[in-house]
Write a protein that binds this ligand. Structure first.
Ligand code: ADP
Ligand code: MG
Length: 280
């Protein structure tokens, strides 16, 4: 496996325009993201997740430290378009990301701006819509769609740019439970089927159980990292960081505390059932 993204001792300070005082939003963060992997980033509001995301695709540039995307230094002005071409972003609010009154025009918007050949655009738009299961909606008006459908249109727009990696910054935060499920299914399929490198920032612990690697941020630094099982085995530590664990993990944890012999870090219902059967 090759490292697609390398974050080296990243520091990012916001500078207030009024008095030029600085606020350190990212404080010495280092990690790597392998090509084709699924990385999740969790953390409280204000822990620096969005700032990190924007640094990864060159919307913000490091105050100190380095970010390499596919070997390209994000701080080199000559690389900026190449970095943004390789790393697309999907944000929280689908309404802010939709620009056209017809679904397929909206998905075509990005590649049109890149000057892609119209025939190629047609192909990309159809494939992108299929990859998020929204092809049948191609002639519809986005504003008539549900939140989850709109977000999948925004995702198709990112896919049509043919990035290597997509950073999803809390893509389900504004959605109802059904919309959340649809969007997470689409995100997982992009990773599993299309091989797109995924970085998912989220507040919902259930959404990270299938990630290859999880980073937990707090106050601008990475406080924990590991597989979902490793992370969610540490319920007390997560509580200290004011984070929860998936419901089934919490239930298993409480059962264990009450004396039921269960392993740590149970992530799925089926797993708990299997373990409970062993107990009898
Ligand atoms: P998260 O996405 O984890 O909620 P952010 O990266 O948005 O966190 O913010 C990290 C910290 O940086 C927060 O304390 C936030 O108030 C501060 N911050 C974010 N954007 C700005 C900005 N444009 N100017 C000054 N401070 C900011
Ligand atoms: Mg954020």
């Amino acid at each position: 496996m090759t490292d697609f993204i390398k974050v080296e001792n990243l520091v990012f300070d916001y500078i207030k325009s009024e008095d030029e005082s600085t606020f350190r939003a990212i404080d010495d963060v280092s990690f790597t993201v392998e090509k084709g992997s699924f990385t999740a980033i969790i953390g409280q509001n204000g822990s620096g997740k969005s700032t990190l995301a924007k640094n990864i695709n060159g919307l913000l540039l490091p105050t100190a430290g380095k970010i390499y995307v596919d070997g390209l230094d994000s701080a080199d002005p000559e690389n900026i378009w190449e970095v943004r071409q390789r790393v697309a972003m999907v944000f929280q609010n689908p309404d802010n990301q939709i620009v056209s009154s017809v679904v397929e025009d909206d998905v075509a918007f990005g590649p049109e701006n890149l000057g892609v050949d119209p025939k190629e655009i047609r192909k990309r738009v159809d494939e992108a819509l299929k990859s998020v299961e929204m092809y049948e909606f191609r002639r519809k008006a986005p504003h008539l769609l549900s939140g989850g459908q709109k977000q999948r249109i925004a995702i198709a727009g990112a896919v049509a740019m043919e990035p290597e990696c997509i950073v999803f910054d809390e893509p389900t935060a504004m959605l109802d439970p059904n919309g959340r499920k649809e969007v997470i299914r689409a995100v997982r399929a992009l990773n599993d089927v299309e091989g797109i490198t995924v970085i998912l920032i989220t507040h919902y612990m259930e959404e990270v159980i299938h990630a290859d690697h999880v980073y937990v941020m707090d106050k601008g630094s990475v406080k924990m990292q590991g597989t979902p099982k490793e992370i969610f085995s540490q319920v007390e530590k997560l509580k200290e960081l004011r984070l929860s664990v998936p419901q089934v993990t919490l239930l298993s944890y409480e059962l264990k505390k009450a004396g039921v012999p269960l392993p740590d870090g149970i992530l799925e219902t089926e797993e708990l059932i299997r373990e409970l059967k062993k107990v009898q």
